[in-house]
Design a protein around this ligand. Sequence first.
Ligand SMILES: NC(=O)c1ccc[n+]([C@@H]2O[C@H](COP(=O)([O-])OP(=O)(O)OC[C@H]3O[C@@H](n4cnc5c(N)ncnc54)[C@H](O)[C@@H]3O)[C@@H](O)[C@H]2O)c1
Length: 317
Amino acid sequence: MKILITGGAGFIGSATAKQLVGRGDTPILIDNFNDYYDPKLKRDRVAKFLKECKGKFRLYKGDIRDRKFLERVFKKEHPVKVIHLAAMAGVRSSLDNPGLYVDVNILGTVNLLDMAVKYKVKNFVYASSSSVYGNNTKVPFSETDSVDTPVSPYAATKKATELLAHVYSHIHGLKTTGLRYFTVYGPWGRPDMGVFKFIENIICGKMIDVYNFGKMRRNFTYIDDIVSGTITTLDADLPCAVMNIGGDRDEALLDYIALVEKHSGKKAKKRMLPMQPGDVPSTVADIKKLRKLGWKPTTRIDVGVKNFVTWYKEYYR
Ligand SMILES: NC(=O)c1ccc[n+]([C@@H]2O[C@H](COP(=O)([O-])OP(=O)(O)OC[C@H]3O[C@@H](n4cnc5c(N)ncnc54)[C@H](O)[C@@H]3O)[C@@H](O)[C@H]2O)c1
């Protein structure tokens, strides 16, 4: 089956594409290789993928804000299903660039929803985020909780994509599933994320900034579990859904840092800082809804951090 993946050179997109090739699907990747973080990492993900899966996928370089470009790709490829992951993805940078986030994450998503309707796509799975829960204090976060009070432009754009997907399901009968990803980590990860920076700085002997004086809790979710959950919803073809996808354990950030120390053999130099604007102290997922589709996270954080550290050392030598 042809599956279009936007953000296909990204962390989650490239890993998902590899899994799809493994089961006989043909991923059609779209990415603009922007420089929000080092585009070499994006090129290297694709190069590795090319080596392993040559001839089993196609890549189009272009921007999801460009409707003519999208039209060309849809007309040529006629994808059966779409996994829409392309986005400006950083919470903190969205505070400096709200307009860009609205352009890419909201208008870009509308362009894809339009194409999906026009080309009769059978299922449209898209990335939302745990950030939509804002400063929700009730844990674990459930899909039935109110998400009307986002605390960053990024979170607001993700909530907007959920609303838009609902409209397209309602008006056009497009099947849509929004996935609220919870702190994804693992090999080929995103250098702008805290989980990556901790590894980088600890290995390089640099200070790490630990916000909220370390009193942060997260459902760290290993990349392989994110990929299997994303594909589970791709196969489920639900009429219109939004789901949490996160690890099944509520972990303290300081425990994650301790695991990085253990697997890298280096001691962290911590700078304890207050909470940052736009960030949230605790994101813990209720994952019952996705479990009902038969999915469960399987990678323990000890193993996940070990794999991440091993990849980091090998990739950056
Ligand atoms: N990684 C996480 O922990 C996490 C958590 C919550 C939500 N998400 C969401 O999951 C999705 C994938 O995240 P990721 O971690 O793989 O991020 P990523 O930045 O590695 O991947 C996104 C990709 O989209 C591409 N892209 C951005 N703007 C584009 C545009 N205008 N046109 C075409 N391509 C464009 C980028 O070049 C990048 O390769 C994003 O929507 C993100 O908001 C990720």
